[in-house]
Design a protein around this ligand. Structure first.
Ligand SMILES: CC(C)(COP(=O)(O)OP(=O)(O)OC[C@H]1O[C@@H](n2cnc3c(N)ncnc32)[C@H](O)[C@@H]1OP(=O)(O)O)[C@@H](O)C(=O)NCCC(=O)NCCS
Length: 216
């Protein structure tokens, strides 16, 4: 109880401390729009170290992001690129993560250096007479389901279901179903948390579509 009160007081103090920054941020949003203003502020807040930084970031993001729930923890160096990102309750974002237009549902854990991007086709690549930077792409929103743990240095380009585990260094290129443990490049389901192990065949493209096995 005492700990909760202390955290609440710390949250209030952090909110008071970031109020001038919030005024500055919203003033610049009026001039330049939130999409252009937001990244620089996210980068600046990411550089405040330690617990102080985590409290100040949370206070800032609770006002600025689409959602940043109480009890979330955003570590040093973690950067959001869109103010439309949503962070659920008790989410942990590790150091130096790069997050796009994402939804992190409640209890998601991200290790360090995790990148979650909006799909894999931010630029068109079909034409050869136009530079890639000028070819339009698509930016689908990516959702990480509740209670999912993503290991260090994973790169995520598609939705990940609830209660999943993504191995360290994995690259998620296709949606991962609920309860799956997926590892590797590209990430393949090696088993389900609620079921029997499944045989991994790395060159089997439909492996990610397997349904969880019933618990015996
Ligand atoms: C995925 C993980 C949780 C292990 O899950 P698990 O179901 O217990 O998996 P196992 O250890 O039984 O390994 C299953 C297979 O996947 C392989 N594997 C496990 N983790 C892997 C990874 N990150 N990348 C590639 N392959 C991996 C194993 O070598 C094993 O292969 P094999 O059957 O050919 O021997 C763990 O390896 C991992 O990556 N944890 C993340 C740690 C981390 O990033 N911590 C940061 C702090 S939050």
């Amino acid at each position: 109880m005492l700990k909760q009160v202390a955290k609440l007081v710390a949250d209030c103090l952090a909110f008071a401390a970031v109020t001038p920054a919030l005024l500055g941020y919203f003033s610049l949003c009026l001039l330049f729009g939130s999409q252009r203003t937001f990244p620089g502020w996210s980068q600046a807040f990411s550089l405040i170290p330690g617990t102080l930084g985590a409290y100040l970031r949370r206070a800032f993001y609770r006002v600025v992001l689409a959602r940043c729930a109480p009890g979330s923890w955003i570590s040093f160096g973690a950067i959001f690129s869109h103010p439309t990102a949503a962070v659920g309750r008790h989410v942990y974002v590790g150091a130096l993560c790069c997050l796009g237009d994402v939804t992190l549902e409640d209890d998601v854990l991200l290790g360090s250096h995790v990148s979650i991007m909006n799909g894999s086709a931010q630029h068109g690549i079909d034409r050869l007479d136009v530079p890639i930077r000028e070819q339009p792409g698509v930016w689908p929103r990516v959702t990480i389901g509740t209670d999912t743990w993503i290991g260090d240095r994973a790169v995520v380009m598609a939705d990940v279901g609830a209660h999943c585990v993504i191995g360290a260094g994995s690259v998620v290129t296709k949606p991962i179903p609920d309860y799956a443990i997926a590892v590797g490049v590209p990430a393949k389901v090696v088993r389900y948390r609620r079921g029997a192990p499944i045989e991994v065949q790395l060159d089997e493209p439909a492996l990610n579509q397997l349904e969880p096995q019933p618990t015996v």
